[in-house]
Design a protein around this ligand. Structure first.
Ligand code: ATP
Length: 892
C-alpha cells in the first residue's frame, strides 16, 4: 500500500511516529545518522590540489618557468631557485585567496539554508531542513518551500505549485484524505507534498515519507544541477580589461626586449627580463583580490545583519537610488497592541503595551468592565475566534507565535479574560479562509454550543465594510444606511489619523447544512461589528536612516497594505512624506498604466492600500525613469517584484522561502536601517576595489615604464628579473589586500549613488593611475641614472637604488590610494592593516638589501645613508607632487 492510500494511523504506524508529539529528538538524531542528511548530492568541487596547480596554468607563469629552467641549465642556479621560490609563493598566495573566497561563499550558502517547522517532543521547532528525517511531522504555509516528500494529514485551503517536478505552473489543490486508488503520476497525488515545490496558498501539516536523494526531486536531481554564475559586473569588466592589459603589457615587453637586444644587451638576459616584466606587469592577482574584497565585505555585512545571496548585488547596492520598503515590521516595530475599540458609535480604550496580557478598559477615562459591555465583549470574542495566533511564555517573557496583527487582537481579548480555552468550550472551528494581502481579509466558519453556525470575518475596514449590508448598532441589527456607513468611515479615519492600524470585524449566521466552499460566498452580506485600532510604533532608528539615505541621494518610498491615513501619519513621523510629496493608493495605481505612473512616480513617497501585485508596476515605472531600485517583500506575491528590482530584498524573520529565494539580499532583522547599512557597505566595498585597482595598476605602469624608458634612452637594465618579481610579490600583494579592508571615507553617504554604467576607470581613476604610474617610473629612472652616472662601474648599486626607489614610491603611493581626493584628505595611518602591510613590506626590502645571503640572490648592495635621501626624495615625488595641488586648491 502506498502512503497516499493510507489513513493517518497507518502512516503513523508505518513510519513509527505520532502526529500529536512528532518524533523524539534522540530518535530523530538516530534516524538522521542512518538515513543521512536531507539534501541533494552536489557535484564535486575542485580539490585543493587542483586549485593549487590551477594557479600555475597562467600562460606567462609557464613562460617564466620555462625561462627559469633555461637559466638553470645555463648554470644560473641561484637565480633559477629564487625565481621558482617566488613563483611558488605567488601560487600559494593565489591559492589561499581563492580558497578563502570559496569558503566564505560556502558559509554564505549555509546561512541562507532553508529551515522548516518540525514537531519534535511535542513542540514545534524551527529546524534546518537538512536535519529532517522520515517520520518527522512538519507544518507549512503559504510561501514555504516544501523541505521533503510528505503525506499531507491536514490541509487548509492548501495549494502547491509543483512546476519544478511536473512542469505544471498552475498550483495544485491539495487535500488530506487518503486516495481510493493508487496513482503513480506525481501531479495526481493530491495528498502528497514533494520536496522543492512551493506552497502558494493556505497551510498544512504533513508526515515526512522520504528525504534527500530518496525524494521525487532527488530522483531527478542530476538534471537540476546547474552552476549559477556569480560574477559581478565589475568582475566581468575586469576580465575584459585583463585581456587588454595583457596584450598591452606583452607588446611593451616585446618592445623592451627588442630595443634591449638592439642596444647590445644579450638575448638571454633580455628575454628573462622581458618575461619577468610581463609577469610583474600583468595584474593576475587582481581578480582574486577582488573576490576576497567582495567576500570579506559580504562577511562584514552579515555582522550588520544582512546576507547577500547573489554576489553581484554587492555592487548594485552602491548604485541604489530608490529604496521601496514595506512599512509593517520593516519601518515599524511589529509589536502590535490594540489601544482603541469601536462599535456602534462607542469608543473604548485599552491600556498596556506589547504582548503582556494585562490592561484595563476605559470609556472616556472611566473604567469599564468588558464583560458588562456587550458590544465590546462580542467584538473581542470575534477578534479571537477569527485568529490563529498564540501567546507563549518563554523565560518568563510573552512571545507571540503567529501574525502580530492577530496577536494584538488575542492579547486584547485576554485582557478581558477571554482565552482560547474559554472559547473552545463554546465554539468549534468548521472552516477557515486564510488571510491574504490581496483580499485583505480572513474568515472562519464556527459553530456555537447550540449548534448554530456563523461566519466571522476580519480585515481592512474599507474592504470589509464594502461586503456588509447591516450593522450592529446599540446592540441592534440595523441596515447599513449611507449615514451609518459615514459614521463608520469617520471612526476609521479618526483611528487612522492617530497612526493606528485598523481592523474591522464582521459576521453572519449560516443556515444549517450550508457548505461554504469559497471565501467569496462567506465574505458577503456581512454584519459590521466594530473596529480595532492597533498601535505599531515606528522603529526609533528609522527616521535617522531615512535622513541619511536622503543625504546619500537615495529616496525612500513606503509601500504598505495599510490604510492611507495610517500610512501618511507614520510616513510623516519618519520624514518620508514631506512638503509636496504625494501619496497614491492601490486603487489609483490600478487605474494607471506603467507609463502614466512614470509621469508622477518621482513625486510619490507613499503607496498605501496596495496589493503585492502593484509592487511590480512601481518597480517598472521607477526603472523606466532610470532609477536603480531596491524593493523589499516577504510574501509569495512579492516575489515577482523582488525579482525584477535591481536589488530584491527579503525579510529574514517574517519572509517566506519564496521571497527569500527571489531576493538578492536578506535582512536578518527585518529592519529598514539594515538596508541603509548594506548600501553603505556596498558603496564602501566598491570604493575599496577602486582603491586597489588604482594601486596595483599604477604600480604596474611604473614598473613597465622604468624598464621601457631605460631601453629607449639606451641605459642598462635598471632592475634585474628577480627584483621585478620581488616587487610584484612583496610590494604589491599585501598592501593591495589591506586596501580591500579599508574603512569608508567620511563622505561615502554624502555623495550621490554611483551610476551602474560607470566603467572601471570612471571619476578620474584612469588619470590617477597613468599620472602616478608615469611619475613612479620616471622618478625611479632618475634615481637610477643619477647614481649610475656618478658610479658607472657599479651597476648593481644603481640597480639597488632603482629597486629601493620603486618599492618605496609604491609604498608611499598606497596611502594616497585610500582617498578619492588626496592623501591629505584623511589620516594616512587610519587603516592599521595597511600600516602593518607597509611595515612588513619595508622590513622585507631592508632585509633583501642588507642581509648578505639575500644580497647574493637579489643582486643587491647595501645602500649608503647619503643615497637614502635621494631614494626617499624621489619616491615621495609621485604622491606628493600631485597631492600638493589638492592642498593648494583647498586653501583657496
Ligand atoms: P506592509 O506595510 O508590510 O505592506 P501591511 O500589514 O500593512 O504590511 P497587509 O499585510 O497587506 O499589509 O495588510 C493590509 C491590511 O489588511 C491591513 O491594514 C489590515 O487592515 C488587514 N490585515 C492585516 N493582517 C490581517 C489579518 N491577519 N487578518 C485580517 N486582516 C488583516
Amino acid at each position: 500500500m502506498k502512503f497516499s492510500e493510507m489513513d493517518t494511523q497507518d502512516i503513523e504506524a508505518a513510519l513509527q511516529t505520532s502526529i500529536e508529539e512528532g518524533l523524539r529528538e534522540d530518535e530523530a538524531r538516530k534516524r538522521q545518522q542512518k538515513q543521512g542528511y536531507n539534501e541533494l548530492q552536489e557535484v564535486e568541487k575542485q580539490s585543493a590540489l587542483l586549485l593549487f596547480f590551477a594557479q600555475f596554468k597562467d600562460f606567462m607563469v609557464l613562460v617564466l618557468l620555462a625561462a627559469t629552467l633555461i637559466s638553470g641549465l645555463l648554470g644560473e642556479y641561484i637565480d633559477a631557485i629564487a625565481i621558482i621560490a617566488i613563483i611558488l609563493l605567488n601560487g600559494f598566495l593565489g591559492f589561499f585567496q581563492e580558497r578563502k573566497a570559496e569558503k566564505s561563499l560556502d558559509a554564505l550558502k549555509e546561512m541562507a539554508a532553508p529551515q522548516v517547522y518540525a514537531l519534535r517532543d511535542g513542540e514545534w521547532t524551527k529546524t534546518p531542513s537538512r536535519e529532517v528525517v522520515a517520520g518527522d511531522v512538519l507544518k507549512f504555509s503559504s510561501g514555504d518551500r516544501i523541505g521533503a516528500d510528505m503525506r499531507i494529514i491536514e490541509a487548509v485551503s492548501l495549494e502547491i505549485e509543483e512546476s519544478a517536478l511536473t512542469g505544471e505552473s498552475v498550483p495544485a489543490v491539495k487535500f488530506s484524505d487518503p486516495l481510493k486508488n493508487a496513482v503513480d503520476s506525481l501531479g495526481d497525488q493530491e495528498n502528497m507534498a514533494f520536496m522543492g515545490t512551493m506552497v502558494t496558498r493556505g497551510s498544512g501539516v504533513g508526515i515526512v515519507t522520504a528525504t534527500g536523494m530518496e525524494t521525487a526531486m532527488g530522483k531527478i536531481a542530476d538534471l537540476l544541477q546547474s552552476a549559477e554564475t556569480m560574477a559581478t559586473p565589475l568582475q566581468r569588466r575586469l576580465e575584459q580589461l585583463g585581456k587588454i592589459l595583457i596584450t598591452t603589457a606583452l607588446l611593451l615587453t616585446l618592445l623592451v626586449v627588442i630595443i634591449g637586444v638592439i642596444q647590445g644587451n644579450d638575448l638571454y638576459t633580455m628575454v628573462l627580463a622581458g618575461v619577468s616584466l610581463a609577469v610583474a606587469a600583468i595584474p593576475e592577482g587582481l581578480p582574486a583580490i577582488v573576490t576576497v574584497a567582495l567576500s570579506l565585505g559580504v562577511q562584514r555585512m552579515i555582522k550588520q545583519k544582512s546576507i547577500v545571496r547573489k554576489l553581484p548585488a554587492v555592487e548594485t547596492l552602491g548604485c541604489a537610488s530608490v529604496i521601496c520598503s514595506d512599512k509593517t515590521g520593516t519601518m515599524t516595530q511589529n509589536k502590535m497592541t490594540v489601544t482603541n475599540l469601536w462599535s456602534g458609535g462607542k469608543m473604548w480604550n485599552v491600556s498596556g503595551t506589547g504582548y503582556e496580557p494585562s490592561g484595563n478598559f476605559t470609556d472616556e477615562g472611566a473604567a469599564v468592565n468588558p464583560r458588562q459591555e456587550k458590544a465590546l465583549h462580542q467584538l473581542l470574542t470575534f477578534g479571537l475566534l477569527c485568529n490563529k495566533s498564540d501567546l507563549l511564555t518563554k523565560d518568563e517573557q510573552y512571545v507571540l507565535d503567529g501574525d502580530p496583527t492577530e496577536g494584538a487582537l488575542l492579547v486584547a481579548a485576554m485582557k478581558a479574560g477571554l482565552t482560547r480555552d474559554v472559547l473552545a468550550q463554546k465554539f468549534t472551528l468548521i472552516k477557515e479562509f486564510p488571510f491574504d494581502s490581496t483580499r485583505k481579509m480572513m474568515s472562519v466558519v464556527v459553530q456555537d454550543e447550540n449548534g448554530k453556525q456563523f461566519v466571522v470575518s476580519k480585515g481592512a475596514p474599507d474592504v470589509l465594510i464594502s461586503q456588509c449590508s447591516s450593522i450592529l448598532w446599540d446592540e441592534k441589527l440595523q441596515q447599513l444606511t449611507r449615514d451609518l456607513k459615514k459614521s463608520v468611515q469617520t471612526a476609521i479615519d479618526g483611528l487612522a489619523a492617530q497612526a493606528l492600524r485598523t481592523i474591522a470585524v464582521g459576521f453572519k449566521p449560516v443556515g444549517p447544512g450550508t457548505v461554504l466552499l469559497h471565501e467569496g460566498e462567506a465574505e458577503k452580506e456581512l454584519t459590521f461589528m466594530g473596529l480595532h485600532g492597533i498601535i505599531d510604533p515606528p522603529r526609533p532608528e528609522v527616521a535617522g536612516a531615512v535622513k541619511e539615505c536622503r543625504e546619500a541621494g537615495i529616496k525612500t518610498v513606503m509601500i504598505t497594505g495599510d490604510h492611507v491615513t495610517t500610512a501618511k501619519a507614520i510616513a510623516k513621523q519618519l520624514g518620508i512624506l514631506r512638503g509636496k510629496d504625494r501619496v497614491l493608493d492601490g486603487k489609483a495605481l490600478s487605474d494607471m498604466s506603467v507609463g502614466e505612473l512614470e509621469n508622477v512616480v518621482d513625486d510619490v513617497t507613499v503607496f498605501a492600500r496596495v496589493s503585492p501585485e502593484h509592487k511590480l508596476k512601481i518597480v517598472k515605472a521607477l526603472q523606466n525613469k532610470g532609477h536603480v531600485v531596491a524593493m523589499t517583500g516577504d510574501g509569495v506575491n512579492d516575489a515577482p517584484a523582488i525579482k525584477s528590482a535591481d536589488i530584491g530584498i527579503s525579510m529574514g524573520i517574517t519572509g517566506t522561502d519564496v521571497a527569500k529565494e527571489a531576493s538578492s539580499l536578506i535582512l536578518l532583522d527585518d529592519n529598514f536601517t539594515t538596508i541603509k547599512s548594506a548600501i553603505k557597505e556596498g558603496r564602501n566595498i566598491y570604493e575599496n576595489i577602486r582603491k586597489f585597482i588604482r594601486y596595483l595598476l599604477a604600480s604596474n605602469v611604473g614598473e613597465i615604464l622604468v624598464m621601457f624608458f631605460a631601453m629607449i634612452f639606451a641605459l642598462p637594465l635598471p632592475l634585474i628579473p628577480i627584483q621585478i618579481l620581488w616587487v610584484n610579490l612583496v610590494t604589491d600583494g599585501l598592501p593591495a589586500m589591506a586596501l580591500g579592508l579599508d574603512k569608508p571615507e567620511d563622505d561615502v553617504m554624502k555623495r550621490g549613488p554611483r551610476s551602474p554604467k560607470e566603467g572601471v576607470f570612471a571619476r578620474g581613476l584612469g588619470w590617477k593611475i597613468i599620472s602616478r604610474g608615469f611619475l613612479i617610473g620616471l622618478t625611479t629612472l632618475i634615481a637610477f641614472v643619477v647614481v649610475y652616472r656618478a658610479n658607472p662601474d657599479n651597476l648593481p648599486y644603481a640597480q639597488t637604488i632603482a629597486f629601493a626607489t620603486l618599492v618605496l614610491a609604491q609604498l608611499i603611493h598606497v596611502f594616497d590610494c585610500r582617498s578619492e581626493q588626496s592623501i591629505f584628505a584623511r589620516n594616512p595611518f587610519g587603516n592599521q592593516y595597511l600600516v602593518w602591510a607597509v611595515i612588513s613590506s619595508l622590513l622585507l626590502m631592508i632585509i633583501a638589501l642588507y642581509y648578505p645571503p639575500l644580497q647574493t640572490i637579489f643582486h643587491t648592495v647595501a645602500i649608503q645613508p647619503r643615497d637614502w635621501l635621494l631614494v626617499i626624495g624621489m619616491a615621495s615625488i609621485p604622491t606628493f607632487l600631485l597631492a600638493g595641488s589638492f592642498l593648494v586648491s583647498k586653501s583657496k
